[in-house]
Ligand binder design. Structure first.
Ligand SMILES: Cc1cc2nc3c(=O)[nH]c(=O)nc-3n(C[C@H](O)[C@H](O)[C@H](O)COP(=O)(O)O)c2cc1C
Length: 290
């Protein structure tokens, strides 16, 4: 008999990495006989306050904490005394400084609503911000994701309690990182659609902050941007570009296409030959620790 019968997976995702992880959580919960409903967190979408015995919250790490939309979602959540919760962060860099405190505010938010947070962990997906995750690391991260989620589900369903202690300095940096919320709003105001824009409106339809409106078949950018990068990477003609801090966008674009069978043969045997770069040292640890 499983510890849980009805779970909810609530997730925010900019460019699809966290959404991919959330889908695996749903799949493995269902395979274990646990009902698993999904809730996609988006500004302007009201919170679905449903009863469940396990809440799994997933979010991408933005500047060492969760995107502001996640905190707004937490504020609107109803009290659920004693309900178990798991908090899963998804980052490009892994459980290294200063990321180690990225779940603290969400955990506090859930505790304020009466939840008992029994599990927390970090997943890693290819980075969508400033520094690209080199190959073969990016492919390996996508390949290992199902395994990592399976391990988390096994731990949760067997009643394992997993909580971490963030480093003190990281707590401060995570707090400072909140400035990013304001920076994102300014950055978003400077986004522009270049002349190659075909006016398809996909960016406006998919923006998780409702920050893009179409006027005369051209996107207009407001002051509510989350800097999630979705509009930039998903634009079919790559017509959206930042006006400031251009370095945050990966020149090569961002794509999480699941590798083909041949590529799936990539292994992690020659670790020494993999050029990760110091920013991605945590990724190597994560891949080694299957
Ligand atoms: C604005 C922004 C800030 C980010 N900050 C961090 C960070 O502090 N640490 C980190 O490891 N990754 C950071 N990342 C990378 C993302 O956490 C990572 O690529 C994640 O997989 C994206 O998930 P998504 O595809 O669901 O949006 C950042 C990404 C963005 C867009």
């Amino acid at each position: 008999m499983s510890l849980y019968s009805k779970a909810k997976i609530a997730y925010y995702s900019g460019t699809g990495g966290t959404a991919m992880a959330a889908n695996y959580f749903q799949r493995y919960l269902l395979e274990n006989g646990v009902e698993a409903a999904m809730e996609h967190i988006m500004d302007g979408r009201s919170v679905e306050n449903t009863a469940q015995d396990l809440l799994i919250l997933l979010f991408p790490v933005h500047a060492f904490h969760a995107p502001a939309a996640v905190y707004r979602w937490l504020n609107s959540l109803e009290q659920a005394p004693g309900t178990h919760a798991a908090v899963i962060s998804v980052s490009g860099g892994g459980e290294v400084s200063p990321n180690t405190a990225c779940r603290v505010s969400c955990i506090r938010g859930l505790e304020k609503k009466g939840y008992r947070v029994v599990y927390e962990s970090m997943l890693i997906m290819p980075s969508n911000f400033a520094a690209k995750t080199k190959e073969p690391l990016a492919t390996l991260l996508i390949q290992i994701l199902p395994n990592k989620v399976k391990n988390a589900i096994d731990a949760l369903l067997s009643g394992t309690v997993q909580r971490s202690s963030p480093r003190k300095a990281d707590l401060i940096l995570s707090y400072i990182g909140r400035i990013e919320t304001y920076g994102a709003k300014i950055w978003g105001r400077f986004l522009k659609a270049e002349s190659s824009c075909i006016g398809c409106g996909l960016c406006a339809k998919e923006c998780p902050s409702g920050n893009i409106t179409m006027k005369n078949h051209r996107p207009q950018f407001g002051g509510k941007c989350h800097m999630c990068m979705r509009c930039i990477y998903r634009c079919p003609v790559k017509a959206i570009a930042p006006g400031i801090a251009k370095f945050v966008v990966l020149k090569e674009g961002y794509d999480l296409t699941v590798p083909s069978q041949e590529e799936a043969l990539i292994s992690f045997q020659n670790k020494e030959e993999i050029e990760a770069g110091s920013l991605f040292a945590g990724v190597i640890d994560y891949l080694e620790n299957k």
